[in-house]
Ligand binder design. Sequence first.
Ligand code: CP
Ligand code: NVA
Length: 330
Amino acid sequence: MDLKGRNFLTLKDFTPEEIIYLIDLAAEYKDKKKKGILHDTLRGKNIALIFEKTSTRTRCSFEVAAHDLGMGTTYLDPSGSQIGKKESIADTARVLGRMFEGIEYRGYEQTIVEELAKYANVPVWNGLTNEYHPTQMLADMLTIREHFGYLKDIRLTYMGDARYNMGNSLMIVCAKLGMHFTACTAKEYFPEETLVEQCKEYAAQSGGTITLTEDVMAGTKGADVIYTDVWVSMGEPNEVWEERIAALSLYKVTKAVMDNAGKNAIFLHCLPAFHDLRTKIGKEQGEKYGFTELEVTDEVFESAQSLVFEEAENRMHTIKAVMAATLGAV
Ligand code: CP
Ligand code: NVA
């Protein structure tokens, strides 16, 4: 398998074999890291990390993974560069591409990261856009495989805002890997029709299925994985809180949902999560709208079925695999 020089913008661009290869490679790196075996085979290289939106996991994963591989990193924060304000994406790409061997981008439209990739001349990695979050997918799949031992035929139900980066990306990866994806949410939060059709084609090849339903009990019945995300994503205006709470409260992950899922079901969430009021935004919105937990109850979040911190750790190992493969370390 040779992924050297490839961009990593969305899993639509990758075959099932390539996706599995990256998950396998991440598992190998994870094992090496646990055993203290150094793997700094990209010494002398440098990468740029552009974050137009904030981050804890993705930024730390890129930095730690880069350092483990022997690379230097430069972090460009949401306000600290000329990008988009004084300098176009195409010009930025041509500058950074001359200094760095790879570029990570987190921000808004997918077209921005595509433009960056078009001009950079070095691999570009999508660290989250409005539409997709592909590095998160590899971590999620590694976590699911570690728990169940396999991916094919796993039934994953996504609850909440299924027409944004997380819902879209989970539908794509499940369809590619022969899994059974269900979006269980209000109709207006179903993924976009054209993407659903495309994913149905992937699923027809892989033996997977795509289901969209508004029925909580039918949509979560017997599921292996219950997955959710925040109801209001980064960059969305404050005004949408009210409509989200009204439309999505029925789709909160509760103990009743987990009890309706399969016997060995796990709970996943890309994080950060509003499972209590111990955050500034959670407290503000909670007081305003009268809730104490939002997309998932604290009970489920803190339960033994919740693998969210294993999942967060796996961000680092999988991002390392993406960089190593596309920079030719393997
Ligand atoms: N899951 C995720 O992408 O987390 P961050 O926003 O903290 O990077
Ligand atoms: N949908 C969320 C994902 C965060 C990892 C957001 O875009 O804010």
